[in-house]
Design a protein around this ligand. Structure first.
Ligand SMILES: Cc1cc2nc3c(=O)[nH]c(=O)nc-3n(C[C@H](O)[C@H](O)[C@H](O)COP(=O)(O)O)c2cc1C
Length: 158
């Protein structure tokens, strides 16, 4: 059985996720993209992974810098998710508060949680690369997360 990309995207969209912005800094430039293909991998040592399209500008920047930060977005940050999903947009960070924590990858002030990483592995996965990151530092605060489900944004209702 084969399945085309559009149908696959539609089917896999039934799996509800949070929404993150993956960031890095390289050569004095900031890069970032919206991503939901992230997961924790290991507790000891603490490892995470993120799957990044090889065509994304952020892909080359992570490869070159060897570091990235995962910024988990709060429910009220849908506009940030849309902005950082805009391929090649040059003003993604304009007016966006951020700081460097450990690796130097931008940690967004509005993030509900952040995980700062050094790349310890990069594995080909079709049109994506699976970057495995060793966790250098992480923190979070209380609040509701932004969700992504079947192609649309949402929030938790209890
Ligand atoms: C909710 C959502 C989740 C996404 N998740 C991923 C992902 O996990 N990996 C990926 O490569 N692209 C993902 N994208 C697409 C990227 O955000 C998009 O290609 C972005 O434009 C890349 O930016 P850049 O090329 O400027 O680096 C996602 C987009 C949205 C809206």
């Amino acid at each position: 059985m084969s399945i085309d990309a559009a149908r696959f995207r539609q089917i896999i969209g039934h799996f509800a996720t949070g929404v993150t912005v993956i960031t890095t800094a390289h050569d004095g430039w900031l890069h970032g993209m919206t991503a939901n293909a992230i997961t924790s991998v290991s507790l000891d040592p603490p490892l995470v992974l993120v799957c990044v399209n090889v065509g994304a500008d952020t892909h080359a920047a992570i490869e070159a810098s060897g570091r990235f930060a995962i910024n988990v977005l709060p429910a009220e940050a849908e506009s940030l998710a849309r902005r950082f999903a805009d391929h090649g947009r040059l003003d993604k960070f304009q007016g966006v508060g951020w700081r460097a924590e450990i690796s130097g990858a931008p940690v967004l002030d509005r993030a509900l949680a952040w995980v700062d990483c050094a790349v310890v592995g990069a594995y080909p996965g079709g049109d994506h690369t699976v970057f495995v990151g060793r966790v250098l530092g992480a923190d979070g605060r209380s609040g509701e997360p932004l969700l992504f489900y079947r192609g649309g944004y949402g929030r938790v209702t209890r």
